[in-house]
Every structure is written in structure tokens, then in C-alpha cells.
Design a protein around this ligand. Sequence first.
Ligand SMILES: [Cu+2]
Length: 153
Amino acid sequence: MKGINVLEAFILIFVLVSVVVVPFAIFRIDEYIVSSKYPENAQIITLYGISKGGIWTTERVTVFNYWWKKFKHAEEIPIYDDGTPIIFRVTSTDVIHSFSIPLFRVGPYEIKPGQFTVIEVKTERRMRSTKYLCYQYCDEDHEKMQGRLVVME
Ligand SMILES: [Cu+2]
């Protein structure tokens, strides 16, 4: 039996690089671009809306894990009221949602699938905790699309 020749080895390496390294690199570049866009000390909170089950999650949703992963609903999101900018990047994985933090006078903002809506949030001094929610009927689990922001000291 003959071993792998140079061309086969080259093709094998090429396929491995394409399948493993390129997606990983894109992931890292994306993270880098996101973090370089905002002030260094900013609190960046990325939220993905999923209409099935009525979920807002801070876990990264991709075209791959969307189909099998059980995403954790962001019941409580801690934010730090220390003067650093609070930036929400909100997107949808399916239908058009709407994002609002009524008592902080934020939104409603239309949240379209496949694009991030960037929202800078200012806390209200007196409120240590407040509700955030989807502001328009999106699907049968719409009512579940809410959680709380908890302002930490
Ligand atoms: Cu909704």
C-alpha cells in the first residue's frame, strides 16, 4: 500500500484549514471588531431574540447552533451603574421583534433578523431593577420575551 502523496497531504491540510481555522478566525475577528467599536470600558450586552419559546439570550446564536441548542433565557441581566457606557446590541434570529426598557425610557426599537441594533442605555438613578421586553406581538410566546435588568452597585 502506498502512503499519502504530497498532493493528497496538501489537499487534506487545505480542507482542514477551511473547515476549522477559517470559521474560528471569523469568530475572533467579529469579536475584535465589536469590542473595538465601543469605548474600552463599555459594558456590551449582546442579546438574541428567538420567537420560539419566547427567549432573549446573551448566548451567541449562530446558523449552526440555532437548530439544536437550548438557549438560556436572560431572566436577569446585571448592569453596572458606575458611569461606564452601557451598550445593548440586539438582534433577532427569526422574525421582527421590538426591544424596550420602558422605565429607562429606552425604545421601543425595531429588532430585525440578521442585523444588530445598537442601543446606548442610561440607567435611572432611583431604579435598582427594571423590566426589559419585546414590545410588539411577534409570535405565540411573545409574552415570555421579557426579563429584568439588575443595576449593580
Ligand atoms: Cu414579541
